[in-house]
Write a protein that binds this ligand. Sequence first.
Ligand SMILES: [Zn+2]
Length: 261
Amino acid sequence: MSQEKRRQRRNQYLLERLSWPDIQRRIENGSRTVILPIGAVEQHGPHLPLGTDSFIGESLGCRLAAELGDALVAPVIRVGVSEEHTSFSGTISVGIDALFETIRGHVRSVATHGVETVVLLPTHGGNIPPVRTIAPELADELPETTVVPIADLDRYTKAMNRALSEVGIEIDEPVIHAGATETAAMLAIEPDLVSMEDADPGHEGDVSYARILNHGFEAVTESGVLGDPTVATTEAGEHLLSVLTEEFSDWIHSERTAANP
Ligand SMILES: [Zn+2]
């Protein structure tokens, strides 16, 4: 997908790039789902920018909105819970309570004016547990709104590994961070921000997520990379984003149908 098409898509679906009458009209015409991407600003090795998860979230959110045909995209929550990366320069983490409050504020705000479904789309593993905690709480608070958390790390990881395998890149990234999957996605989304000459394999093979959370990423990988980013390609990234878009739009469809049979 060209950068021009990507720009047009952002202008078409992101709330912050639309005027209120545009948004009112779109909702009246049936766009009653809002997708809220929840990213991070944290180290992604020497070859990727800190905003990787946020850029992926925005791109995936816009692709999902285009695929669904009746959705808009809220501004990405760019900073989340990234305590395990804070020993690397530039990483910002606001902690879990601040993230909870930020998600609450976003969902309460968008769940008005006729919006029926809010999709929580975390694209950073560390934000998945907070999203799983807050989604049922928000669903109770807002009985008129269907809250759909796309927060199943296992499903996410399997879809990403499968997507790369389908384009001939055989990897097994048990914990996805700055390796082939995210590097491929970034080559497709923001190639100017990827420095392949600085890409080197990091820790490969099994890794304990609990160890990472307790001792930080530096306990398992000096560069901050898990897996081998050097095998990533733009084509693989495009395919990966298409597979995730299809997987998650099916997920949203079935959750909306279950809520309004
Ligand atoms: Zn990431």
